[in-house]
Design a protein around this ligand. Structure first.
Ligand SMILES: NC(=O)c1ccc[n+]([C@@H]2O[C@H](COP(=O)([O-])OP(=O)(O)OC[C@H]3O[C@@H](n4cnc5c(N)ncnc54)[C@H](O)[C@@H]3O)[C@@H](O)[C@H]2O)c1
Length: 319
């Protein structure tokens, strides 16, 4: 199915941004929020914001005009979804709110419409349980702020049909964003990793190892500096898997099984795969690493230039 007409239900922070992104990609987008008045207010905000972002050079020239012509407000959820090929649900992260909204979407949508949820953490199978046609339902998880963050998690539950996943994949590709398929476990990939980082960061502060401010400095100026370019597996491959195996042994001595070397790392190291320096690793195959190292050096140097140009993030000011 080629998606041309989209509905976004819940036009708040995430739904509004998702609606802008889809409208700028040339799709016809109808939004519906809690009531007609709220929806109209969101429409006006999204149009105004798109103009401001274009003026500031944050959106491409012509974006505001696309949002103006492609984005519209419906008087009700039913009206918004009636003609849609794809419906994205982005209401509150509360099962008691999402449940009835998803039922209403399914009842009013065309039988062949694909339905996505922007849930951050709720298992998709749980949300799908009450639907009559769960095969056309999946997680389509944009990240915040949706207009600027390029990645989207696609989460099929066990009963989602392949055609629905492919339709969502094609839709995301049209927005210029990158999707990755993820299996249906609470928190998926993004938030499981993000929450573990925050949890450990909070524990460091509670133990008196560092202040919250110093934890943030270390994260963004050391390993966080690599993350726009490489994920944890590529980073480990570049550092050396033997080094990581030794590091895990030390951490396991102090923190126990929780930080024991993962079996997959031990297997690679036992097999002589140390990453870039020997025989490849998790995701970087064996071969000439010189172009990769040159790219990495260029990337980090350019990131440094960007950060100097932007200056430090301003502290939030109270209204
Ligand atoms: N905020 C984030 O950083 C973030 C990031 C990724 C995913 N998400 C997920 O996106 C979803 C939306 O989050 P948000 O941050 O945009 O919340 P939000 O509160 O900004 O927006 C939710 C919107 O849903 C509307 N709404 C409530 N009940 C409704 C109903 N019955 N029908 C139609 N609209 C209704 C609200 O009026 C509101 O505008 C949640 O599932 C959240 O977990 C949030």
């Amino acid at each position: 199915m080629v998606i041309a007409q989209v509905a976004v239900v819940g036009a708040g922070y995430m739904g509004g941004g998702i609606a802008q992104v889809l409208a700028m990609a040339g799709l016809r987008v109808t939004i519906a929020d809690a009531d007609a008045q709220t929806t109209q207010r969101h429409l006006e905000r999204l149009r105004r914001e798109a103009s401001e972002f274009e003026e500031q050079g944050l959106f491409d020239p012509g974006s505001a005009a696309l949002v103006e012509s492609n984005l519209s407000a419906a008087a009700s959820l039913e009206e918004a979804v009636a003609e849609a090929d794809f419906v994205e649900e982005a209401v509150l992260e509360v099962p008691e709110v999402k449940g009835p909204v998803l039922l209403a979407i399914e009842a009013a949508a065309r039988p062949d419409a694909v339905i996505g949820s922007n849930t951050s953490t709720l298992p998709i199978a749980g949300l799908a349980e009450q639907l009559k046609h769960p095969e056309r339902f999946l997680g389509v998880h944009f990240s915040n702020p949706a207009p600027f963050i390029p990645g989207v998690e696609l989460i099929a539950h066990a009963g989602t049909d392949e055609a629905s996943v492919v339709a969502a994949e094609e839709l995301v590709a049209r927005t210029g964003k990158l999707s990755a398929r993820v299996n249906d476990k609470a928190g998926f990939v993004l938030n499981r990793l993000q929450y573990v980082l925050l949890k450990e960061a909070a524990t460091l502060v509670e133990e008196g190892v560092a202040t919250a401010e110093d934890v943030d400095i270390i994260v963004r100026t050391t390993f966080g500096y690599r993350l726009p370019f490489f994920g944890p597996f590529a980073i480990a491959d570049m550092a050396g898997l033997d080094v990581y195996a030794a590091g895990f042994r030390t951490l396991a001595e102090h923190y126990g099984e929780r930080l024991a070397p993962p079996a997959v790392l031990t297997e690679l190291v036992d097999g002589g795969h140390y990453g870039v320096k020997q025989d490849g690793g998790f995701v970087i195959p064996a071969g000439d690493a010189a172009p990769l190292v040159a790219y990495r050096n260029r990337a980090y140097a350019r990131l440094g230039q960007l950060l100097r140009e932007l200056g430090p993030a301003p502290a939030a000011t109270k209204e």
